[in-house]
Design a protein around this ligand. Sequence first.
Ligand SMILES: [Zn+2]
Length: 261
Amino acid sequence: MLKIHLIKAFQDNYIWCIEDTTSHDCIVVDPGDSSPVKNYLDKNKLTLKGILITHHHFDHTGGINSLTEAAPIDVYGPENPKITSITHPLKNNDQITLLGTRFLIKEVPGHTLDHIAFYSEKDTSHKDSWLFCGDTLFSAGCGRLFEGTPSQMLNSLKTLINFPHETEVYCTHEYTLANLSFAKAVLPNSEETNTYFNHCQQKITEGFSTIPTTIKTELSINPFLNCTKNELVHAVCKHSNSTDNSELAIFTALRSWKDNF
Ligand SMILES: [Zn+2]
């Protein structure tokens, strides 16, 4: 059986560890720092068998060299020469099998141009479908546009929300409360957003993570996935003093509103 564990790194990064509870083999996703990963592997007597990388930012790749120096380990990630430690470069719709489960690769440019996501459909080894989407889709938000265009990010988010609604979403930062504060500012009367904010605030206070979320939850509370909804269109047009209510214009203005929030 496969299980997912959270390893905290830096201020608010999450490194996901997928563990085979029978063999005690594991893979990690976006190890920006090797120390917390090594500590976790030692403590739980796990053997690292592979590394998944979503994009080139250092807080996602910084731990690779230290984790692979003792023994060669397969590193799967985007085809980007900037990440010299990738042993298996991946392209859109590639499929790989690790720990006996299959991962489908989707290119999701926007936050960076090389960004990819890993999707694993539920199978005999795990009962839920999983999406590892790095800094593309966050709970109640989306990644900043460092390299890509709003149009690229909007399309990438649409690719991700096409996966089944019950899919568990494993993003790599705990940004949920800040994102929900923004969502509340955009849509102060949204009952779903207010209720979900209170729910997440309680989780954080009790020392829990708000991740994973699900596609279903995100569709109801994430403003960046709702750029055609009347209420949101109205709020964004009013804030940006614009009459362009196309989905892309709303998404672009919303992203820029959040950047300055
Ligand atoms: Zn990033």
